[in-house]
Ligand binder design. Structure first.
Ligand SMILES: Cc1cc2nc3c(=O)[nH]c(=O)nc-3n(C[C@H](O)[C@H](O)[C@H](O)COP(=O)(O)OP(=O)(O)OC[C@H]3O[C@@H](n4cnc5c(N)ncnc54)[C@H](O)[C@@H]3O)c2cc1C
Ligand SMILES: *[C@@H]1O[C@H](CO)[C@@H](O)[C@H](O)[C@H]1NC(C)=O
Ligand SMILES: *[C@@H]1O[C@H](CO)[C@@H](O)[C@H](O)[C@H]1NC(C)=O
Ligand SMILES: *[C@@H]1O[C@H](CO)[C@@H](O)[C@H](O)[C@H]1NC(C)=O
Ligand SMILES: *[C@@H]1O[C@H](CO)[C@@H](O)[C@H](O)[C@H]1NC(C)=O
Length: 455
């Protein structure tokens, strides 16, 4: 009996009638899981037979380790997407396979909102397990900060609940290093009254020569940034605007009235933009305006998408200029990757910093800016190496220009797998010690090894 037939015969009878097993013609097995017990049965089966397993939710994961999951059972979580408000309306239970748009839209219908990732087709669980950045983090904290408890299928198939009172060490670990420990079938998660459903933004486009003026102002603006305000920048090539060089796209985004947004946006007019787009609307409209809607280029599937993150305290103009020039030159030399973009996210951070830095496994609470390249191209192994070196160089400029060039801080959900464990999980020695101890306790055989594994 082949491996595949063996899986059909062995695992099939263990699953609920809702589940089905799909054997695609490529080297990956996919098992469609319908209910929590199916996840348990599949994980137990895979573990006993030494078959690698991974979860599939939004499908946007892209670390080196994920690509090494060959002949794996891919457990499709997408039908585990229930969202149910608790009686007091302060929390919701959310299925481990839900995606951003499902949660945002369902909660809006219930008069609520909460912290999620930005791109609408990104899954909910994977970002939360690594910390989870989003538009509302300045007001409420990271995604991980909203978690009250989680139901976790361990690598041996056992189901445990983790919370402040129950397996509290594991609860600590899954809020920052969570991809290492188990599969979350359900979250108990904080939600809030949707008190400010309206967003306002002014989006500026500048030519490259305005870089110093723009990021000097952006750097100064970080000082008085209120929790409702987000600064969001791209360096990107837009043929129709400038056929020769990348442009600077810069959004001033405010959760509230256009009049207040206007106040914060005012100084950005003085730099001399090529264009300004003033908008107002729902969170979905904001996603469209920032290319992060389900159909937007920022959320595209099917491309090779390499990320090289760095967390920063402030902007260094010399370093951003080096980044810009490198992008400009490389796009000309390697046109295949000229659809890439470079992202400078300056979310507000008040509620993120209000949480004790040691209270979760998320190590980067002191950072103010999250930067990464998204090097995108149609899959082509001939340029993988060039793209990797390009991404590393861009990251290096910013690191060398940072206040602490010896210690890169790399957000796990943007990591590409080329970082050290300290860079991803934190430089304070106790962090990795604690994580390694918990890893040995909860996943001694390192079955959860496909997403920046702790080793
Ligand atoms: C366009 C784009 C926008 C992004 N925007 C944001 C953002 O706004 N904020 C942010 O913080 N990050 C963001 N990210 C990064 C994002 O957090 C990671 O890419 C994440 O891995 C995506 O999760 P997914 O469910 O879409 O992908 P998947 O590939 O389905 O999952 C990624 C990994 O998580 C594991 N996983 C999935 N579900 C579960 C579960 N229930 N339990 C345990 N493990 C699970 C999988 O096994 C896999 O290893 C973005 C990424 C992209 C590509
Ligand atoms: C997100 O969920 C919605 C609603 O279930 C679904 O229609 C959509 O296809 C999902 N998006 C992705 C990218 O999976
Ligand atoms: C950016 O702001 C920081 C303070 O947050 C300051 O130390 C630094 O000098 C500023 N950089 C520039 C280029 O003005
Ligand atoms: C900015 O980056 C440059 C180049 O790496 C570096 O020489 C300089 O010291 C940095 N400036 C600040 C204020 O950190
Ligand atoms: C990172 O990439 C370099 C090549 O640029 C390689 O030599 C190194 O081994 C990689 N490190 C990790 C941890 O993958």
């Amino acid at each position: 009996m082949s491996n595949r037939e063996g899986i059909l015969a062995g695992l099939g009878p263990l699953l609920s009638p809702k589940a089905s097993i799909v054997l695609p013609s490529d080297s990956k097995f996919a098992s469609l899981a319908a209910v929590e017990s199916d996840v348990q049965q599949t994980v137990r089966y895979a573990s006993e037979h030494n078959i690698p397993f991974i979860a599939r939710a939004g499908g946007h994961g892209a670390t080196k380790a994920l690509s090494q999951a060959k002949n794996a059972i891919q457990i499709d979580f997408r039908s585990l997407n229930h969202i149910k408000l608790s009686e007091d309306g302060q929390t919701a239970t959310i299925g481990g396979g839900a995606n951003v748009s499902e949660i945002v839209n369902t909660l809006i219908g219930l008069g609520k909102r909460t912290v999620t990732g930005i791109c609408e087709s990104v899954g909910f669980s994977a970002p939360a397990l690594g910390g989870g950045h989003g538009w509302l983090q300045g007001q409420y904290g990271l995604m991980a900060d909203q978690v009250i408890s989680a139901r976790l299928v361990l690598p041996n198939g056992e189901l445990v609940t983790v919370s402040e009172n129950c397996n509290s060490d594991l609860f600590w670990a899954i809020r920052g290093a969570g991809h290492n420990f188990g599969l979350v079938t359900e979250w108990e998660y904080r939600v809030y009254v949707n008190s400010a459903p309206s967003w306002s933004w002014e989006i500026f486009v500048y030519s490259g020569d305005k870089l110093e003026a723009l990021y000097d102002l952006a750097n100064r603006s970080l000082q008085g940034q209120p929790p409702e305000l987000i600064y969001w920048g791209y360096i990107i090539k837009v043929q129709e605007i400038d056929p020769d060089h990348p442009i600077l796209w810069f959004g001033v985004i405010f959760n509230g009235s256009p009049n207040t947004a206007k106040e914060y946006a005012k100084p950005f007019h003085d730099i001399g933009p090529l264009s300004v787009q003033i908008g107002q609307g729902s969170i979905h409209d904001l996603a469209v305006a920032t290319f992060q809607d389900a159909d937007g280029p920022g959320c595209a599937y099917g491309m090779t998408s390499l990320r090289y993150p760095i967390g920063l305290k402030s902007h260094n103009l010399t370093a951003i200029r080096q980044v810009y020039n490198e992008i400009d030159e490389t796009f000309k030399k390697v046109p295949e990757i000229s659809g890439s973009f470079f992202l400078l996210e300056a979310y507000s951070t008040q509620a993120v910093k209000a949480v004790g830095p040691k209270s979760t496994a998320f190590p980067h609470r002191e950072d103010n800016i999250l930067v990464t390249s998204y090097i995108m191209y149609a899959p082509n192994s001939a340029i993988d190496h060039i793209a990797h070196e390009f991404g590393k160089r861009l990251q290096k400029y910013l690191l060398e220009g940072s206040e602490d060039p010896a210690h890169l801080r790399a957000y796990v959900n943007y990591a590409n797998g080329n970082e050290s464990l300290q860079e991803v999980y934190g430089w304070e020695a106790w962090r990795l010690e604690k994580l390694r101890k918990l890893k040995a306790q909860w996943d001694p055989e390192n079955k959860m090894r496909y997403y920046v594994p702790i080793e």
